[in-house]
Write a protein that binds this ligand. Structure first.
Ligand code: SF4
Length: 293
């Protein structure tokens, strides 16, 4: 990472309470994201809050139903255009909290990210959603802006999702695939899903064979215990296996819990703990690993 990027990252407070400032938007929201290294426009493809994982650290409150139950593609497109104009015209830079940041951050859309309240690839028309974003990006001359898919990787093998990834590939796309474990047992403990760990690993490997991907890994303490050393070894082995099998890993994003989780036994690592773990991953894999505490 260049010094320039470190400088930008160190100046970024977390601005994520977008719901108050942008109450009229249903599917689109702005976030200053350290992992995006600037302004990210998020697209929530899961207003119904549906996910095939139930991570112990998930912050989505599923006891309260979402505002709407399904995505309206036309509305999403309109909201995205409006948000881009709002950013460009300097409107976002005048919003509370965003106004504390330099304009080169708040007026520059680093990425448009499929993220939100669930798993984006669960939507039935993922490829159509990607195409809609690619069309807006083209219309607004945002060639440098990435389209990011933040995913638990369970659906990367679906035909429609693969089509969506191909569209992303042609429009500065990037896949950020979740990998929080090295073994099936720890995977079940942290991600609490019926999806098999093998499927996640295969999907990450296959996706990474076609284009370089980012691995995003959340590390935390569960009932006072960080990731055990054997598990961390296994996690590094899984990364090395993806590379051995022809996958390209652009970066690993190691991060931790940002806010208190609904599960009181799942808590964040300290910056020192996360940095120490990041160094071990770097040494055992040789990959570019970045910590975001
Ligand atoms: S994959 Fe994401 S949305 Fe789904 S449970 Fe985990 S953290 Fe929550």
């Amino acid at each position: 990472m260049s010094n320039r990027l470190i400088q930008i990252r160190s100046n970024l407070p977390v601005v994520q309470d977008h719901s108050r400032q942008f109450a009229d938007f249903t599917f689109v929201y702005p976030v200053i994201s350290r992992r995006s290294r600037g302004l990210s426009i998020g697209i929530n493809l899961n207003p119904d809050k549906v996910c095939n994982f139930d991570c112990v650290y998930c912050e989505v409150d599923r006891t309260v139903p979402g505002k709407v139950s399904r995505l309206d593609l036309n509305q999403m497109r309109d909201e995205l255009k409006a948000m881009i104009h709002f950013v460009r015209d300097g409107g976002l830079a005048r919003e509370p909290k965003f106004d504390e940041l330099p304009p080169f951050i708040t007026r520059n859309v680093k990425d448009i990210a499929f993220s939100g309240d669930g798993e984006p690839t669960l939507i039935h028309n993922f490829a159509e959603c990607v195409q809609a974003v690619a069309d807006v990006k083209h219309l607004e001359s945002l060639a440098k802006t990435r389209i990011v898919l933040i995913t638990d990787a369970a659906g990367l093998d679906k035909a429609d999702v693969r089509r969506g990834l191909e569209i992303m590939d042609g429009h500065n796309g990037e896949v950020w695939g979740k990998l929080d474990a090295g073994t099936e047992t720890y995977f079940e403990l942290v991600n609490r899903t019926t999806v098999r760990f093998d499927r996640i690993l295969n999907n990450l490997t296959e996706a990474a064979r076609v284009r370089p991907i980012v691995i995003q890994s959340l590390f935390l303490k569960i009932r006072g215990e960080g990731m055990p050393p054997g598990e961390l070894n296994a996690y590094c082995d899984r990364l090395n296996e993806i590379v051995r099998d022809g996958g390209r890993i652009k970066e690993v994003h190691a991060y931790t819990v940002a806010r208190p989780t609904p599960e009181p036994f799942a808590v964040k690592l300290s910056a020192e703990e996360l940095n120490a773990l990041t160094e071990i991953i770097r040494q055992r894999t040789g990959l570019a690993v970045f910590a975001f505490d």
